[in-house]
Design a protein around this ligand. Structure first.
Ligand code: DX5
Ligand code: ZN
Length: 220
């Protein structure tokens, strides 16, 4: 399991200055970069895909944490692996056979993540825990940045961490949606160790925001 750290989500970046912002993030010592891929079917929005990842891969050494919000993810595992993903997270609700998707990600030599929407109980992924690297607990309904953390998800984070412990697995618990100053402590205390944040990082001063969360997690 990784030490507690931030995973800035570029969904909230200024795409006109993406390269510049990524250099600031990397310069501030951040190792994870969260990349949201939306297909307009699994979620209403269409965000970004392979060309963006391929392009930023050329200049970034960060861990690319690719969050696939797409139906039938098996179709695109090799493609995302080839264009620079390090971790590929798919939604259990979107996969016909999660085992096959896990196997495809492993075959491509990448780390495996599974995500659950707010309405999906963590029990739905229990059987996969020994085979995956991270469990992504959505703390908002996937599809849009800037939403409010759903308070009921705190118990789910706790249940996820407990379930991982109970089955002797060693995976990260990542939280995504509405993570900001007011909510990060609650998610941390409940057992999360990777914190995706879009608006909280990119709104306002990027360096100041990154410094705040780095200090917060270092003292935790
Ligand atoms: C939402 C995405 C998130 C999003 C989080 O579907 O998966 O990664 O960027 O945005 P904030 O931090 O603004 O809630
Ligand atoms: Zn995400």
């Amino acid at each position: 399991m990784n030490k507690p750290q931030m995973a800035p989500s570029i969904l909230a970046a200024d795409f006109n200055r993406l390269g510049e912002q990524l250099r600031v993030i990397e310069d501030c010592g951040v190792s994870y970069l969260h990349i949201d891929v939306m297909d307009g079917l699994f979620v209403p929005q269409i965000s970004m895909g392979m060309p963006v990842i391929e392009s930023i891969r050329k200049e970034s050494g960060m861990v690319f944490d690719v969050h696939l919000m797409i139906v039938d993810p098996i179709r695109y595992i090799q493609t995302f692996a080839d264009c620079g993903a390090d971790i590929i997270t798919f939604h259990v609700e979107a996969a016909e056979d999660p085992e096959t998707v896990i196997a495809a990600i492993r075959k491509a030599g990448k780390k495996v993540g599974i995500s659950v929407k707010p309405g999906t109980p963590v029990e739905a992924v229990r059987q996969y825990l020994p085979e995956i690297d991270q469990l992504l607990v959505m703390t908002v309904e996937p599809g849009f940045g800037g939403q409010k953390y759903i308070p009921e998800m705190t118990d789910k984070i706790r249940a996820a961490r407990e379930m991982i412990r109970a089955c002797g697995a060693d995976c990260d618990v990542e939280v995504d949606g509405g993570i900001r100053k007011e909510t990060i402590g609650t998610a941390l205390e409940a057992g999360a160790n990777l914190f995706v944040a879009g608006s909280a990082i990119f709104r306002g001063d990027l360096r100041e925001n990154l410094a705040y969360y780095e200090k917060f997690l270092a003292q935790a």
